[in-house]
Design a protein around this ligand. Structure first.
Ligand SMILES: [Zn+2]
Ligand SMILES: [Zn+2]
Ligand SMILES: [Zn+2]
Ligand SMILES: [Zn+2]
Length: 313
């Protein structure tokens, strides 16, 4: 399926181009009663712009926060390693700042002026990076989290509102995994198989069946079993459709049995956003002729949860 990749934000040179982003700063003053003009021209995510964060119709929020425009988001990053600044932030005598990791890396000598750095905290910028809150890049899909700059990457990698692609061949629908599950339930009847966690499921795959979509009956989570045909035999992979961090919550046992012989793979489920089923080294290889002359491939799978999610709901 030729669908553009839309996985989370990536840090690269182009992201350092000046851009304007909407942020919210908790702030109580008379000014917070006034209307503030907000502009958002943030990073794009599969063609989506960052949502404007607004406390109340563009004005102050109930908590006194105000939406503002950050003309240069790079000021929240360490100028040496380009990573988001985290507390503590240090400054040299001339006011150049660096993160604590970089202070060690540059042997406590400011890389701009060679003055000592690593002893004087820059409390002003620490307060700024703590108080500035961003909307999640998936706000338009329903996420209402407000995140500090240094937590954005972690949150967005695990955000349950990350849009995923419908895995049914030929369908271009995208939505967060919960909505995608509803979509598949209503639009692709007969194209998925229901199952329960912790129960064994027998599957018989035709020679040309590359993908099996599984839908769990209690939480409607979607899983994919892929069947790739390599020169040595069939290669099976198991994926959860959802954000990256979600996959570690599930494990599986996959069996291929024939008379007197059993192949088994026990592993963590991989993750996919529905558009990419490659790049994993965890798979079950069932050699050619393992099932004899039968054109069908028979496998057995049990998927189970390893722990409960702590993700935002
Ligand atoms: Zn740094
Ligand atoms: Zn300096
Ligand atoms: Zn989010
Ligand atoms: Zn679809």
């Amino acid at each position: 399926m030729a669908i553009p990749s839309g996985e989370g934000p990536s840090r690269n040179n182009t992201s350092r181009i000046q851009m304007r982003q909407s942020i919210t700063i908790p702030y109580r003053s008379r000014e917070s009663e006034e209307q503030h003009v907000v502009e958002a021209q943030g990073e794009s995510d599969a063609g989506e712009g960052r949502e404007v964060t607004s406390g109340g119709g563009g004005g102050a929020g109930r908590d006194g926060s105000i939406p503002v425009t950050l003309a240069d988001p790079d000021i929240l990053d360490c100028i040496i390693c380009y990573q988001p600044l985290t507390i503590p932030v240090f400054q040299c005598e001339n006011g150049h700042i660096a993160c604590s990791t970089c202070c060690v890396r540059i042997a406590h000598k400011c890389y701009l002026c060679r003055e000592p750095i690593g002893h004087i905290r820059c409390l002003a910028i620490e307060k700024v990076i703590e108080s500035i809150k961003f909307s999640c890049r998936y706000a338009r899909h329903g996420c209402i989290e407000k995140i500090t700059h240094f937590n954005r990457s972690i949150h967005e990698k695990g955000c349950i509102y990350t849009p995923c692609w419908c895995p049914i061949d030929g369908c271009q629908f995208t939505a967060p995994s919960k909505k995608l599950s509803e979509h598949i339930h209503h639009e692709h009847h007969g194209s998925f198989i229901n199952f329960h966690y912790d129960s064994f499921l027998d599957l018989k795959l035709g020679l040309n069946q590359k993908v099996v979509v599984l839908k769990e009956l209690t939480d409607s989570n979607l899983f994919i079993i892929t069947n790739g045909q390599e020169h040595m035999g069939n290669v099976f992979n198991v994926f959860h459709i959802g954000p990256k961090s979600s996959a570690a919550m599930y494990e599986y046992e996959l069996y291929a049995r024939t008379q007197g012989c059993c192949l088994k793979l026990e592993s963590f489920v991989n993750h996919t956003l529905g558009n990419n089923f490659h790049g994993t080294r965890k798979f079950l290889l069932v050699p050619t002729d393992f099932f004899g002359p039968s054109p069908a491939v028979k496998i057995e799978i049990r998927i189970y949860k390893t722990y409960e999610s702590s993700r935002c709901e």
